[in-house]
Write a protein that binds this ligand. Structure first.
Ligand SMILES: Nc1ncnc2c1ncn2[C@@H]1O[C@H](COP(=O)(O)OP(=O)(O)OP(=O)(O)O)[C@@H](O)[C@H]1O
Ligand SMILES: Cc1ncc(C[n+]2csc(CCOP(=O)(O)O)c2C)c(N)n1
Ligand SMILES: [Mg+2]
Ligand SMILES: [Mg+2]
Ligand SMILES: [Mg+2]
Length: 322
């Protein structure tokens, strides 16, 4: 196993599938919307306003995480966080999480229980919990999570509602995980601020519903990179978007790491994914909610996404298979 040797014979194979399920489900609390939790063919959860937001995202060992960079708890935490960020980006609050886990036979059972501890802890941070899942054998660790959410009676905030004249704003960190990836990729383990940001994001979950209440016209979580993800809003809404770099804070920490590694910190802020900040558009008269900062403007269609009025010449974000 990458970064981890089996402690004695306590592998997932020794526990067996059902022993492992007992181990990861025993004594876990359930979200208040759970009518029937783990243990049957499916969970039953309440859908308070009659509509359900549902989203799914996977993490694959070697592609999204390495166990010599992150602990199993970090990985579990991150796997849930990336999903809850998508729920928040619709303007919803999460109501439940379902977790699929694949791993090799010689995986220490403790690795799986720590992974699920991280998942449950992150779900708990967002006042929800794990209501079910699945565990299978795989050649490497694969995680597939589904999260459900509740809109609280509001319409969903889609990617398609931005209008020319709106303002563009973000809430949450940008560029930190990308800086951490550069640090880890060069074999370093500090500074811990950016390294931990790569290990697990801290998305501003509550800012999603707050933005919806404030009248956000479109919203997305920044998973692949600010410019790439604003590009999804621009395309879905048929608008242009300009980002003004004089409004985009480049934290001193990123400047320091950039200097040490010979990298441009603004590039991390503009194109780094995995921090799962929320980016949204609002009518121009909006008093932005606390924590949101204006970073640009929505323009007429056909300009795409520009930075200070110019096309961005480098990659705008992460793409699998590129
Ligand atoms: N295999 C698929 N079948 C149907 N829809 C899909 C499939 N893969 C992705 N999608 C849909 O495409 C849209 C964009 O997916 P994407 O994964 O890029 O969004 P995201 O989760 O916000 O981004 P990220 O994966 O970077 O976090 C989503 O609505 C998603 O449900
Ligand atoms: C070991 C390792 N190598 C590379 C990366 C970088 N990385 C992987 S996925 C992704 C974007 C979001 O993916 P998705 O679209 O699947 O949500 C990024 C920036 C990493 N985190 N770990
Ligand atoms: Mg996705
Ligand atoms: Mg998303
Ligand atoms: Mg996502």
């Amino acid at each position: 196993m990458d970064g981890r040797s089996a402690q004695g014979d306590d592998t997932v194979a020794a526990r067996g599938e059902f022993g492992l399920i007992r181990a990861v489900t025993a004594g876990r609390s359930q979200p208040s919307t759970t009518l029937l939790g783990p243990g049957d063919d499916a969970a039953v959860v309440a859908a308070p306003d009659g509509r359900v937001v549902v989203t799914t995202d996977m993490l694959v060992q070697g592609v999204h995480f390495r166990l010599d960079w992150s602990t199993p708890e970090h990985v579990g935490r991150r796997a849930v966080a990336v999903n809850l960020a998508d729920v928040a980006a619709m303007g919803a609050v999460p109501t439940s999480v379902v977790v699929g886990i694949g791993c090799p036979s010689d995986t220490p059972a403790a690795l799986v229980t720590e992974l699920v501890d991280g998942m449950a802890a992150e779900a708990g941070r967002a006042r929800t919990g794990v209501v079910g899942g699945d565990m299978v054998r795989a050649d490497q660790i694969v995680i597939s999570i589904t999260a459900l959410g509740d809109l609280g009676g509001r319409p969903p905030v889609t990617r398609a509602g931005a209008r020319p004249g709106d303002i563009v704003a973000v809430c949450g960190r940008l560029g930190w995980a990308a800086a951490g990836l550069a640090v880890l990729g060069r074999g370093f383990r500090s500074p811990v601020g950016v390294v931990n940001a790569q290990r697990y994001p801290e998305p501003p979950y509550a800012a999603g519903p707050t933005a919806a209440l404030a009248g956000a016209t479109a919203m997305i979580d920044v998973s692949d990179g600010l410019l790439a993800d604003l590009g999804h809003i621009a395309e879905s809404s048929d608008v242009g978007i300009d980002v003004q770099t004089d409004r985009l804070p480049v934290p001193q920490k990123l400047t320091d790491v950039g200097s040490a590694l010979g990298a441009d910190p603004l590039h991390w802020v503009l194109t780094g994914g995995e921090d799962h900040a929320l980016a949204a558009t609002f009518p121009s008269f909006t008093d932005l909610p606390e924590g949101w900062i204006r970073i640009g403007s929505v323009l007429l269609p056909d300009t795409g996404v520009t930075v200070d009025g110019q096309a961005y010449e480098r990659e705008t974000g992460w793409e699998h298979w590129r």
